[in-house]
Design a protein around this ligand. Structure first.
Ligand SMILES: Nc1ncnc2c1ncn2[C@@H]1O[C@H](COP(=O)(O)OP(=O)(O)OP(=O)(O)O)[C@@H](O)[C@H]1O
Length: 236
């Protein structure tokens, strides 16, 4: 199996300006992810799970270390060194990130949000509209909501839209930061089935899940973090 992401010596140290102190978010993490593999990250609150994912997505610029990603567009690229333009292109076409928070532009309807993401990924308008309808249906987001603004959605509807807008891009690498945090059982089932489909289609994924039972049903392997480092590597 080919490695799609190879993380070595990754550190993210936060400098707190008003106190002059530093906080270690990620303190020297090494792991690799194979193509098509689904890796779960566990660890207690504050152990560095979100910081690690945010470094990979380049929300945070790592303090040191490398994250070599095998990109379709750029070949092997160190995400820690990638330019802002490269990061934008990778986010549009190759790397998806879904958290529990829906972060979308105001005055865009749910349908416009999802179509916009598909267009950014490079498909035609017809295909974007078709794929957006298909994914919104798969997530069982009621059709009467498609032309409304997501800020009025319920928590579960927001989470499903959040996943739909990332999944419509069909990312090669999909990062999930507790995206199922407040979903009911039937929504979780929908998400689990779609993640299973993505996995069968060869998508590589890294996920932090609030619900460990849920996580164990979808991942191939778990890494446990403690104080910013990996404390254990467990096959699921
Ligand atoms: N932007 C930031 N500025 C300063 N410190 C931060 C920042 N982001 C995270 N940290 C700190 O880094 C450490 C790791 O936080 P992180 O959010 O990665 O943990 P986590 O394992 O995801 O926790 P949780 O399960 O509670 O979400 C914590 O001590 C946190 O306070």
């Amino acid at each position: 199996m080919a490695v799609i992401l190879d993380v070595k010596g990754l550190h993210k140290i936060f400098r707190i300006h008003h106190t002059g102190k530093t906080i270690v978010g990620v303190g020297g993490v090494h792991f690799s992810l194979e193509e098509g593999e689904f890796l779960g990250i566990t660890g207690k609150s504050g152990s560095g799970k979100s910081s690690l994912l945010k470094c990979i997505f380049r929300t945070y610029l790592p303090t040191r270390g490398t994250m070599v990603y095998c990109s379709e567009r750029y070949g092997a690229i160190d995400l820690a060194q990638a330019t802002e333009q490269q990061v934008i292109a990778l986010r549009r076409r190759e790397i998806g990130y879904a958290s529990q928070f829906l972060n979308v532009l105001p005055r865009l309807t749910a349908m416009e949000v999802v179509v916009g993401k598909a267009l950014e990924a490079g498909v035609s308008r017809d295909a974007a509209e078709r794929e957006a309808r298909e994914i919104l249906r798969r997530f069982q987001l009621p059709e009467k909501l498609w032309d409304t603004y997501p800020h009025t959605f319920s928590g579960g509807e927001k989470l499903r839209l959040n996943l739909a807008k990332e999944m419509v891009k069909r990312p090669r690498l999909f990062l999930l930061d507790e995206p199922t945090a407040s979903l009911d059982e039937s929504s979780k089932r929908i998400v689990r089935d779609l993640l299973g489909e993505f996995k069968r289609a060869g998508t590589s994924m890294i996920g932090i899940f609030h619900d460990l039972d849920f996580m164990e049903q979808v991942v191939d392997r778990e890494i446990r973090m403690n104080d910013g480092v990996i404390a254990g590597d467990i096959p699921a």
